[in-house]
Design a protein around this ligand. Structure first.
Ligand SMILES: Cc1cc2nc3c(=O)[nH]c(=O)nc-3n(C[C@H](O)[C@H](O)[C@H](O)COP(=O)(O)O)c2cc1C
Length: 345
């Protein structure tokens, strides 16, 4: 019999796949239009989409974002994702390892990721509110190259069994000071504000994943699990991924941004990176591909996206990621209005 925590991981998976993807989010990134230049003067073969991260040269600037582990079923999925990661050299995050802090039987569902992919770039993942010792344990369990600490206040609120104490900064500061890999503080779909970035910068955080609204929606998922109390009014809570990247542009910290939330194709990735993200995580979409088209389908998709990103770099005349900052774009009037209201905040 698996624990309630393990069962929750299975429920997240099932609800995401059964309902949430149907809602779709195709229009998410339509609020940003890239200005077309018919003479980019560049060959696809001369583009470089690689990214340097923590002494690693990653061949592509996107990765499989944190989802699974903790139960038998999600351990199997971790193994399949790791196989795809090995074949494509895409980086990959495991789902929250909080369960490993209290349940030894869950170790294997995470360890499989390193076993299958000994040389890959792997992110460990833990929720906020854990100690530096817990964090180092999660890293060591899978010999991780980096650690994601997810902050998910809004999700906890919607969960009946969720935390109600959100004093997290001190523990995060200690983790950043102590552990032996880079730490990325990551939202899970409610976005980031300039204020949050300033608080994180003040305690020495160097990497933040803006984790914006527009993709997998944990307010919706938890609300579906939660039959007694209705939190429907929370479905639109938070900043979208593009709004969060605008927050990043307006903030005066030098934090390196990652993005996730609603990525469905390589053009979405390009747009997040034009807006300042160094790496872009894809969760729900890749999970859906894996569950419907198996490992071979996801491997093909990732290799196709890699090729298509090279093409898109050429299309906008960017030889490498640094050049993307020169790309001209327009914001929808709604997003421009957002930007204006949030300037000088
Ligand atoms: C089934 C599922 C489980 C997830 N579990 C975690 C988790 O344990 N830790 C975490 O940081 N994020 C978790 N996430 C959030 C994703 O990493 C990502 O931030 C979010 O889904 C938005 O990306 P997407 O729109 O591409 O799905 C999970 C997402 C899904 C779909």
């Amino acid at each position: 019999m698996e624990s309630a925590h393990a069962h929750r991981k299975d429920e997240h998976l099932a609800i995401t796949e059964a309902n949430i993807r149907k809602a779709g989010s195709k229009e998410n990134f339509a609020d940003l239009r890239i200005i077309h230049d018919g003479l980019p003067e560049l060959a696809v073969a001369d583009t470089d989409i690689s990214v340097n991260l923590a002494d690693f040269k990653l061949p592509m600037p996107f990765y499989i974002e944190a989802m699974t582990g903790g139960s038998f079923r999600t351990g199997q999925i971790n193994g399949q994702l790791a196989q795809v990661a090995k074949e494509t050299q895409v980086a990959m995050a495991v789902g929250s390892q909080s369960i490993t802090l209290k349940d030894k039987s869950s170790y294997e569902s995470f360890e499989i990721v390193r076993k299958v992919n000994p040389d890959g770039f792997i992110f460990a993942n833990l929720g906020a509110g854990k100690t530096a010792q817990d964090a180092q344990f999660a890293i060591d369990l899978i010999n991780a190259n980096a650690l994601e600490i997810h902050i998910n206040v809004a999700q906890e609120i919607v969960m009946p069994e969720g935390d109600r104490n959100f004093n997290w900064l001190e523990d995060i500061a200690e983790i950043v000071r102590t552990v032996n890999v880079p730490v990325i503080v990551k939202e899970v779909g409610f976005g980031i504000s300039q204020q949050t970035l300033a608080k994180l910068a003040a305690i020495g955080v160097q990497y933040v994943n803006v984790g914006g609204r527009g993709g997998t929606n944990f307010a919706a998922i938890e609300n579906q699990r939660n039959h007694d109390t209705d939190y429907d009014f929370m479905l639109d809570w938070g900043q979208t991924t593009l709004e969060s990247l605008i927050e990043g542009q307006l903030s005066n910290t030098d934090i390196t941004l990652f993005a996730t939330g609603g990525i469905n194709n390589p053009l979405d990735i390009l747009k997040t990176q034009i807006m300042g993200a160094k790496m872009t995580g894809v969760a729900g979409h890749f999970l859906h591909t894996l569950l419907t088209k198996k490992e071979v389908g996801l491997t093909n998709e990732i290799l196709t996206w890699q090729r298509q990103l090279h093409e898109l770099y050429a299309l906008v005349g960017a030889k490498n990621q640094a050049d993307l900052a020169q790309t001209e774009y327009l914001l929808s009037s709604q997003l421009a209005n957002y930007r204006q209201q949030r300037t000088n905040n």
